[in-house]
Design a protein around this ligand. Structure first.
Ligand code: TXE
Length: 476
């Protein structure tokens, strides 16, 4: 059984949970320890004790450790990517790409260790000088979802450690394999005991303990809106710092003057790759009437050519849905879409393959309205809808008519409309002639409205959450 990592040691828990391959449910990847509340508190205690020395320790040593972690991940990206695809179901190239991304993130934050800036100012009072510095927030609780099993943990753990915090990391129940592999790499990087801890287990036990414990000074969470609100209320109650990344209902606007090839590629990649299980996935194609018939036909043709199958097979374009619960949710939304009067142009069928798995053909609705459930609620699967509109103005208003605001895209050859859209769409990230999903790691990631709360993740903007500002006055 793969054990939790607490205070510098792997600690076998009392219970183990099987990690099941969604491409082949007969394939059990391994048994993973499940921490309880007491073990979670042990991890918090270890992180609390390790914090003062780590916070004031050698920056060079810290940078070297993060660099070593990044190098090992990159060197082992094929093997880590294989494990990731096997447990989560994204295709092998996507899994390997994600593993490589995790390595690059650790290397980026190895550099950030030495780039954290402060300010030195004069005072309004004579004879006094002012220093503004950033200090680590303290013990950080990290709660992650299943859809990016190594990249999201990396983009939270790496900055937390880089800026001098200690970490208690709770991965999603469905994907403990990548989390454990990452923890094992970190365990050999030379960090003092207690600086990094892994506690696998259920949200209601491990996650809730992190939220409730006064010693955890900051919680960073990615997952569903419902759980996000629970994390927020719990952290607010005891005045802990909190950062939430939740869902999206990301629009891709396609104007009459768009390059059709560009638009179709952005739509198909953005909505259906990674089985649509991305918070930045496009799920609403808002399409101007002049290009609508050609766009809809071209998307359907492209979808018909995609192969849905075992994530590890080289000829697979779209892997399975992550588990039975998510598949049931996807099918439920497909039924709702039909019942509300949208036309299912293609897909939406459960598929049989050589192995038992959660296979679903990409579902493409057309002639939808923005007030339908399939256009308003996050489905989190290979399901998207096309909505016709008359003008750019109508498209922009519809793009903004959502409770979410993570990513938004436009396909157009008009500089005027692209520029206006970038300025006026209510989203944290805007994409012009590229898919809504697919981001860089050195620039901020996050949204507004119901998608995100708190400061941005990734790049140097991550310092905002993982540090706290101190203003010092010195009389000369
Ligand atoms: O999310 P949860 P789940 C959406 C998507 C999906 C749905 C459910 O629609 O169908 O959420 O997925 C931990 N205290 N997204 O169940 O429950 C949990 O153990 C503290 C969108 O995976 O939010 C896991 O580690 N923690 C999203 C993490 O929270 C708790 C990505 C996320 O789980 C907890 C994933 C509690 N009480 C799902 N309960 C996106 N948009 O990126 C659970 N957790």
């Amino acid at each position: 059984m793969k054990a939790n990592y607490i205070n510098g040691r792997f600690v076998a828990g009392s219970a183990g949970r099987p990690n099941i391959n969604p491409s082949n449910t007969d394939d059990v990847i391994g048994l993973y320890a499940q921490a309880d509340e007491a073990e979670t508190r042990d991890a918090i205690a270890a992180a609390t004790e390790a914090f003062p020395a780590w916070a004031c320790g050698s920056l060079q040593a810290r940078a070297d450790m993060l660099d070593r972690i990044g190098s090992e991940i990159l060197a082992r990206k094929d093997e880590l990517g294989l494990l990731l695809s096997r447990e989560e179901g994204k295709t092998l190239p996507e899994g390997i790409g994600e593993a490589a991304r995790a390595g690059q993130i650790f290397k980026f934050f190895a550099g950030e260790v030495l780039r954290l800036r402060g300010d030195h100012l004069g005072s309004v009072r004579p004879g006094i000088e002012v220093d503004v510095t950033r200090e680590p927030a303290g013990v950080v609780g990290i709660i992650t979802p299943w859809n990016f099993p190594i990249a999201i943990p990396a983009w939270k753990i790496a900055p937390a450690l880089a800026y001098g915090n200690t970490v208690v990391f709770k991965p999603a129940e469905l994907v403990p394999g990548s989390a454990w592999a990452l923890a094992e790499i970190i365990s050999r990087a030379g960090l003092p005991a207690g600086v990094f801890n892994l506690v696998m287990g259920p949200g209601r036990a491990v996650g809730q303990t992190l939220i409730d414990d006064q010693r955890v000074r900051a919680i960073t969470f990615t997952g569903s809106g419902v759980t996000g609100r629970r994390v927020l209320l719990g952290s607010m109650e005891r005045l802990a710092k909190v950062q939430l990344e939740m869902g999206g209902k990301n629009p891709l606007v396609v104007l009459d003057d768009a390059d059709l090839e560009v638009a179709v590629t952005a739509a198909v990649q953005g909505a259906f790759y990674s089985t649509g299980q991305r918070c930045t996935a496009s799920s609403r194609f808002i399409v101007q009437k002049g290009i609508y018939p050609r766009f809809v036909d071209a998307v359907a043709t492209r979808l018909a050519a995609l192969r849905v199958g075992d994530a590890l097979r080289p000829d697979t374009d779209i892997g399975p849905v992550v588990d039975a619960g998510q598949l049931a949710q996807d099918l439920d939304y497909i039924a709702k879409g039909r019942a509300e009067g949208a036309r299912l142009l293609c897909g939406g069928d459960e598929l049989r393959r050589d192995t038992p798995g959660f296979y679903l053909s990409p579902a493409f609705f057309v002639d939808a309205h923005n007030d339908m459930a399939i256009a308003r609620e996050e489905i989190f699967g290979p399901v998207a809808c096309a909505i016709p509109v008359a003008s750019y103005e109508e498209a922009l208003a519809m793009a903004n008519d959502t409770e979410f605001g993570l990513s938004a895209g436009i396909c157009t050859t008009s500089l005027k409309h692209a520029t206006h859209f970038k300025r006026h769409v209510q989203a944290g990230m805007v994409m012009v002639n590229v898919a809504t999903a697919g981001v860089d790691y050195h620039v901020p990631f996050g949204g507004r409205k119901g998608s995100s709360l708190g400061s941005r993740e990734q790049g140097s903007y991550a310092a905002e959450f993982f540090t706290t500002v101190k203003t010092a006055y010195t009389a000369a």
